[in-house]
Design a protein. Structure first.
Lengths: 482, 377
């Protein structure tokens, strides 16, 4: 059923499985090496569940040294390694091959340092995104990047994919909040880059590593910025009769100088499903915006009044300012349950392209046309403030051919994003899902330049080799390994 | 220094780099020339002047994005932004005052040196506002990375790699930046009679508060600490009043253009301009700043970023880097006489494994080592 290809597993590696397991067991505690075929199945997929393949072995180190030791073995025995955080990637970033070792960060769970004077926290990267905030919130701080999967996803994966979230509009994505890493290189060497200072010397390797999808090294420790919590936050819900009006409203808010922490968008198909599921009291209209601002009570009131004034000039069907914590929760409840609600009624594929904010109305219109053309419904829910779209393509996974149809539709949407000056992925990463579209956004030189970076960090292409770059484009380099 | 080429288009840059390649000619990339005195002393290079590759190519105020060719003067970009009540949020330093240079700072120079000002603590550095870049690498290839959208994780982030690479990986031809609305109001609270220890404490308390500072600095001369808030008028007034009753008791309020002038002074390290001595730029954990200044014998210092960015004015012969080693962080020798620049590495030497990666990357993007060789060491 699948249309995304993975390379054929290397028989000569699988034949050496016993030797490889032995070598790994020599350098790791026995409970850290998983090789039983029933147990390795737990690692057969990530959030992109349409694609599955149990790895040959999975290892779960507890320290950077153990991670280094495991990597050294794989390097010596010429075995590919697929790094894995919590396995929530929607792009198949942690999808194994049958001849690989999964190197999971699940047991790298220590908080190493909390430093309020310098507003940083140092953690092992297996900790979840939300637990970082959990560690410091009683003292009035938080960690800003907030991907929807924050309850489950690991900092390791956040760094690999340069994860974003709804509140990135103000606070930036992972790369803007990462100050340092300890990283295991493909030959097992442990390097440290950056730390407690606001910048690191030399080339910006930290910026290069963040978002490199586990292809340049395995980040085992991270120094993250933590920020003081705002005094309060409150959203306003604004409904419009047209996508154009909503798009104009977003542009006008941004231009006005008010800086909301989030501007979220939902279209009619999404509102309909979410309303049934969450009963948030959303008006059934063409486009719904949730705009959240932060500050003291007076600051919030001031910002919300400016925003509602901008909105009212565009004939909204509804403007509902939250007046209490309960109302705020209700307004967010619908948005936060959107993916879950959609999953209740349908299989869906969640896309992640970004477009210039000015192109939002056109892109939505084009998605509507493509929906008719492909004969599949689509619902839109996304971060409008930064143009990061999440069209949800609805299909029936049990119906033969539907998955392929949905993928083809998705590819057309992502091509549209590139056509209007945007990109294939805003926060989920390329993984395997968007791998084969890379040639649409980049020319051969651009891709070669990126692959040369991998050549420097991982000369034999052991780390997550079948991701990001189309298989044909990376074939020679991967073949060079054997 | 002789002029090797002065291209006015990206294609011409490519031709110039290819020519340099085939002749094995090392070039120094220059546009405005205002930062040319930073970096190790070098000789035997020719000059690749890219100031002609200039002009704003696209500006969408509603999307908060601006694209410009690398040689575009900052003043031109700021004028275009100002007309729409927007700005470069990262407040790039103008090095002319400190270095005594003339010429016109360009956006390419700002990006190549990742030049960032006091607002770094809130909005990030230049690299955090940089959305996309086009550049010609040392082999003459035109490469593009990133784009003009706010969120983009498509492929490796070579955009960040280019920011602060000082032209050692490629010649920037065009950049795309995130811009921001000019805040409606700003105010600075000024505290007197502080020392580095009490100042860092006060700044940390303010930075740890919910009042969303956009500047926190201290000047050792006069013992003056300052913190800035910006935003909507009422909000600024509210936050000033809160801070005055909490961590900034008795501090004086300065508003509007007077406040802006104070920060321009810090941004451009104006107090060290025209004064004898070497100027070092130190990047440290803010809480390390007091001990570091003590180790250095309490030189004249300007501390930005809440104490995380320390500018010191010292004797040319003093090796500040040697002294700071045990504290961590890194040091750049930004201004010094010829003798100091030829004995001390200007940029902080990388530890061996990092140096190996750096060398590897340079070998890929500049295989013949013709772009700004020796500049970063």
């Amino acid at each position: 059923m699948s249309t995304i290809e993975m390379p054929k597993p290397d028989r000569s590696v699988i034949d050496r499985k016993a030797l490889i397991v032995d070598a790994l067991c020599k350098v790791l505690p026995s409970d850290s090496v998983i090789f039983d075929e029933h147990e390795t199945r737990a690692y057969e997929c990530d959030g992109l569940t349409a694609y599955r393949c149990p790895p040959m072995v999975a290892v779960l180190p507890r320290t950077s040294q153990e991670c280094s030791a495991a990597m050294r073995v794989c390097h010596e025995m010429n075995v590919t390694v697929v790094p894995r955080g919590a396995g929530t990637s929607l792009a198949g970033g942690a999808l194994p091959t049958a001849d690989c070792v999964i190197l999971g960060t699940a047991r790298l769970k220590d908080v190493l340092e909390v430093d309020y004077d310098n507003r940083i926290i140092r953690v092992q990267t297996g900790v979840t995104n939300l637990s970082v905030t959990g560690m410091v919130e009683d003292d009035g701080y938080f960690y800003a990047p907030d991907p929807s999967s924050q309850l489950a996803c690991a900092i390791a994966g956040n760094i690999a994919m340069n994860s974003g979230g709804a509140h990135c509009l103000k606070y930036g994505v992972t790369t803007n909040n990462l100050l340092g890493v300890k990283m295991v290189m493909s030959d097992g060497e442990i390097v440290e880059i950056g730390g407690g200072a606001m910048d690191a010397p030399g080339l910006d390797l930290l910026g290069l590593i963040c978002g490199s999808e586990g292809q340049l090294g395995i980040v085992t420790e991270a120094t993250l910025r933590i920020l003081p919590k705002p005094e309060g936050a409150r959203p306003v819900l604004i409904g419009f009769d047209s996508a154009e009006a909503a798009g104009e409203c977003v542009g006008n808010i941004i231009k006005s100088g008010v800086l909301p922490v989030a501007i979220e968008y939902m279209d009619r198909p999404c509102i309909r499903v979410v309303e049934k599921f969450a009963k948030a009291g959303y008006p059934l209209c063409e486009a719904l915006l949730i705009v959240e601002v932060e500050g003291s009570e007076a600051e919030i009131a001031d910002q919300l009044s400016r925003i509602t004034k901008i909105a009212r000039a565009l004939n909204p069907v509804e403007v509902r300012v939250s007046e209490s914590a309960e109302q705020s929760a209700l307004i967010w409840k619908g948005r936060k349950s959107a993916f879950g609600a959609m999953g209740q009624i349908n299989d869906y594929m969640c896309l992640d392209g970004t477009v210039p904010v000015s192109e939002l109305p056109y892109t939505l219109k084009r998605i509507g046309e493509l929906s008719k053309q492909h004969g599949l419904d689509v619902a839109n829910v996304f971060h409008a403030g930064d143009g990061n779209m999440h069209p949800l393509i609805l299909f029936d996974a049990n119906e033969p051919g539907e998955q392929e149809k949905a993928e083809a539709f998705g590819f057309d949407i992502l091509r549209t994003c590139v056509d209007v000056g945007g990109c294939l992925t805003g926060e989920h990463g390329v993984g395997v899902e968007k791998r084969d579209l890379m040639t649409y956004q980049f020319n051969a030189d651009d891709l070669e330049g990126q692959m040369q970076v991998k050549d420097v960090f991982d000369p034999t292409w052991l780390l997550n080799p079948s991701k990001v770059f189309p298989l044909q484009v990376s074939a020679q380099r991967r073949a060079g390994r054997s | 220094m002789t002029a090797f080429a002065a291209p006015t288009t990206e294609t011409a840059v490519t031709e110039a780099v290819r020519a340099a390649n085939s002749q094995n000619t090392a070039v120094q990339i220059i546009a405005g020339g205002t930062r040319g005195r930073i970096g190790s002393l070098r000789s035997g290079y020719e000059c690749l002047d890219v100031s002609g590759v200039a002009g704003i190519t696209r500006y969408e105020p509603g999307a908060l994005t601006l694209e410009a060719k690398a040689g575009t003067p900052i003043v031109q970009i700021e004028a275009a932004l100002d007309a729409e009540n927007q700005m470069l949020a990262f407040e790039p330093m103008d090095h002319r005052t400190l270095l005594g240079t003339s010429g016109t700072p360009t956006i390419g120079g700002v990006v190549a040196a990742n030049v960032s000002g006091p607002r770094r603590i809130q909005v990030g550095a230049c690299r955090d506002s940089l959305l996309g870049a086009r550049f010609v690498d040392g082999a003459g290839r035109i490469l593009k990375n990133g784009g003009r959208v706010m969120k983009n994780v498509t492929g490796y982030d070579l955009v960040k790699l280019m920011a602060g690479s000082w032209g050692t990986l490629g010649v920037l031809s065009e950049v795309s930046l995130k811009v921001q609305a000019i805040p409606e109001a700003q105010a600075t609270l000024l505290g007197q009679g502080l020392n580095i220890e009490t100042a860092v404490q006060a700044m940390s308390a303010a930075l740890g508060s919910p009042y969303d500072l956009t500047g926190a600095a201290f000047k050792s001369a006069g013992g003056e600490a300052m913190v800035r808030v910006e935003g909507l008028t009422e909000s600024v007034a509210y936050r000033v009043q809160r801070m005055q009753s909490e961590m900034c008791k008795g501090w004086r309020v300065v508003e509007g253009s007077d406040s802006a002038a104070l920060w321009q002074d810090v941004r451009d390290v104006v107090p060290f301009a025209g004064r004898e001595g070497a100027v070092w730029r130190l990047s440290v954990k803010p809480s390390d700043a007091p001990a570091l200044l003590e180790d250095l014998g309490h030189p004249d210092a300007i501390c930005d970023w809440g104490g995380g960015l320390v500018w010191v004015l010292v004797d040319h012969a003093k090796d500040v880097r040697q002294v700071m080693t045990k504290r961590g962080g890194h040091a750049t020798l930004v201004r010094a006489n010829t003798s100091a620049r030829s004995t001390v590495p200007v940029f902080h030497p990388d530890p061996a494994p990092i140096a190996a990666i750096t060398k590897g990357l340079r070998a890929k993007f500049d295989p013949r080592g013709i772009l700004n060789p020796g500049l970063m060491g």
